[in-house]
Structure formats: structure tokens, C-alpha cells
Write a protein that binds this ligand. Structure first.
Ligand code: DAH
Length: 340
């Protein structure tokens, strides 16, 4: 039996030295000291010994048990220490490693263009205003003096929500809202989204942007219109830019005109951008029609005004040399990132 006890101690020692996890140490404990463990079995079998033998062997067995328990405790604590160390190592941060780069977003060319236009009009004392994209037929057409059979009203050109509500086809209804809510003197500009039933191609998009302008005060004349818009063109396209006003027709202005700017690419000599003419059409404008002023309750004997509207996509495309409007809405990062 003594032999057996020594074997158990030696064997336990050997195994505990090899144990590489807490689970293994626990398995060894069960195998030796557990209910059916090798040492427990020996202790149990001592009933058949003489009292003297029992005393002697009992002491020896208890010593072996104490030794094994001590060894177990040492093994467990060193394994725990090792596990802690491994955890620390895994959590170590290499402070010399370079940081991760945050990719900064860029402004969309349409946003950049609206901001540029806004800056110019703000510098001339205009305040920014806005109107809803879902408009009434009244504000978008009737109040703007468009006759009942005006072609733009056709359902093949305009997105109707019902017979009184539509997606605005222009920012001009903001003029109506402004006239109904403000008293002259009025000096506002209104950027925003517009919608028309156009099939997308290189120059058409069913959704696009305009910037509207409206000035109403005593004694406003066509000279004010020309002065403000000429100054806008020079600030937007460069100080050497010249402007030219061609008669045109809009229901809400009388007289009406379109403004051309001398080509900022070739300076007026004629090139691909201006299609050889030296001029580029940039906006529509005119003196506000008395019928429109009257909708807002403006005294047309006392006040006059001018208005203008421009397409943002067209200006952005001309300025940045973009030859297809669809590029603006495809969100191809390779395109968008060029406008940093
Ligand atoms: N609303 C016109 C359009 O979409 C543009 C326009 C022309 C606006 C003349 C105006 C203006 O305010 O006076 O074609």
C-alpha cells in the first residue's frame, strides 16, 4: 500500500507539471481525490487493516493527500497567472502603429453651385427664402398668370398629385408665397428642387434645381434688373464677363427677357462650350406682371418689381465642364470626389 501511495503522489506530480489548463488540473484532482479517486479508494480500503497498520498508513495517506492538495493549489495559481498574462498580451496596444484615416466627404457640385449663387445674392442684400416642393396648382400656374390652356400645365409635362396639387415645375411659386406673406420692400432669392416629366438624357432630368429671385419696391425699373443681374454674372463668372438681354416671353413677367453671358471659356470668340456663338444663355427674367403683384395684394400703382430664375444644373455643368446631367445624380464616387 505504501508503494501505491508513493506511486499516486509521483504520478500526480508528473501530471500536474504537464497540466496546461485549469480544466486539466481539475480532471487530475477528480481522478485522485474525487469520490472514486485513486487516493480515496485506498483510504476506503483501509477498513480491512489492523488498527496499528491503519494508524500508520492513515497518516501516510493523509500526508500524500496534503502534498497533492498543495501541488494542486500551486498548479492552479500558476495557471491562473499565465492566463492573466496571455490576456494582457492579447490586449496590448501598439501605440506606434499609424492611425486609421477618416475619409472626409465632399460637397456635391450642385450644393457648391447653390452656395456660390447664394453668396453673391446675399452680398447684394437679398435674403434667402424657400418654398415647398409639393405645391398647389394655383401657386405654380394660376397665380403666376399662366392661362388655363398654358402648355406647361399638361399632365404629360407636370407631375400632378391631384387636380389641385403638384410637384412644382419651377421655383417661381415662391414669388407668390413671398408676395402673399411679405410687404414691399422685398428682396429675396429662393433655391430649390423642381420636377418635370422629362425623360432623362444628357441635358434633361425629371428632378433639377433652380434659384428664383424677386425684388419689389417703389421705383424699380428694368435698369435695376439689368444692374443686379450683370453684377451677379461678373461675380459668378469673372469680372470680364459681359451680359446681353434678349426679349423673351414668360406669363409672369412683362416685359420678359433671357440673359446671356459672354462665354467664360473662350471670352466670346466662340468655342465648344458656347457652341461657337460666344454667348451662353444663363437665366430668364423680367418685370413682375401686375397680375402677379395683385395676387399678393401689392398696390401696382405704387410698386413695381423684377424677377429672375436660373437652372442650377446648367450653370454647374457649364462651370465645371460636365457634359451629361445624369452624372450629377449617379453618385459615382470617382465623379463626386473631383469637387473637393
Ligand atoms: N420659371 C421660369 C422657368 O422655369 C424661369 C423664370 C423666368 C423665372 C423668368 C423668373 C422669371 O422669375 O422672371 O423657366
Amino acid at each position: 500500500m505504501r508503494e501505491k501511495l508513493r506511486n499516486i503522489l509521483d504520478e500526480s506530480k508528473k501530471q500536474l507539471e504537464k497540466a496546461s489548463s485549469l480544466q486539466e488540473a481539475e480532471d487530475i484532482r477528480i481522478k485522485v481525490l474525487g469520490k472514486k479517486g485513486s487516493l480515496t479508494e485506498i483510504l476506503r480500503s483501509m477498513g480491512s487493516l489492523t488498527p496499528d497498520e491503519r494508524k500508520e498508513l492513515g497518516q501516510a495517506a493523509n500526508k500524500v493527500r496534503a502534498d497533492i492538495e498543495k501541488l494542486l493549489a500551486q498548479t492552479v495559481s500558476s495557471l491562473k497567472e499565465k492566463a492573466k498574462e496571455a490576456k494582457f498580451m492579447a490586449e496590448t496596444i501598439d501605440v506606434t502603429e499609424p492611425g486609421k484615416k477618416h475619409v472626409l466627404g465632399t460637397k456635391h457640385p450642385i450644393t457648391i453651385t447653390i452656395e456660390e449663387i447664394s453668396k453673391v445674392f446675399k452680398s447684394m442684400g437679398f435674403s434667402l427664402t424657400e418654398g415647398p416642393e409639393v405645391e398647389t396648382v394655383f401657386n405654380n400656374f394660376d397665380a403666376l398668370n399662366a392661362g388655363p390652356y398654358h402648355p406647361a400645365r399638361d399632365w404629360t409635362d407636370t407631375f400632378y398629385i391631384n387636380d389641385q396639387v403638384l410637384l412644382r415645375t419651377q421655383t417661381s411659386p415662391v414669388q407668390v408665397r413671398t408676395l402673399m406673406s411679405q410687404k414691399p420692400p422685398i428682396r429675396v432669392f429662393a433655391p430649390g428642387r423642381c420636377f418635370r416629366c422629362d425623360t432623362p438624357d444628357a441635358t434633361h432630368s425629371p428632378m433639377f434645381h433652380q434659384v428664383e429671385g424677386l425684388v419689389v419696391d417703389e421705383g424699380i425699373t428694368m435698369a435695376d434688373l439689368k444692374g443686379v443681374l450683370d453684377s451677379f454674372a461678373k461675380q459668378m463668372f469673372g469680372p470680364e464677363t459681359r451680359t446681353k438681354f434678349r426679349p423673351h416671353h414668360f406669363p409672369f413677367t412683362e416685359p420678359s427677357a433671357e440673359m446671356d453671358v459672354s462665354c467664360f471659356k473662350c471670352g466670346g470668340k466662340g468655342c465648344r462650350v458656347c457652341k461657337g456663338s460666344g454667348w451662353i444663355e444663363i437665366l430668364g427674367c423680367g418685370m413682375v406682371h401686375p397680375n402677379v403683384l395683385k395676387v399678393g395684394g401689392v398696390d401696382t400703382e405704387k410698386y413695381t418689381g423684377f424677377a429672375f430664375g436660373m437652372g442650377v444644373e446648367r450653370i454647374a455643368m457649364l462651370k465645371y465642364g460636365i457634359d451629361d446631367i445624369r452624372l450629377l445624380y449617379e453618385n459615382d464616387m470617382r465623379f463626386i470626389e473631383q469637387f473637393k
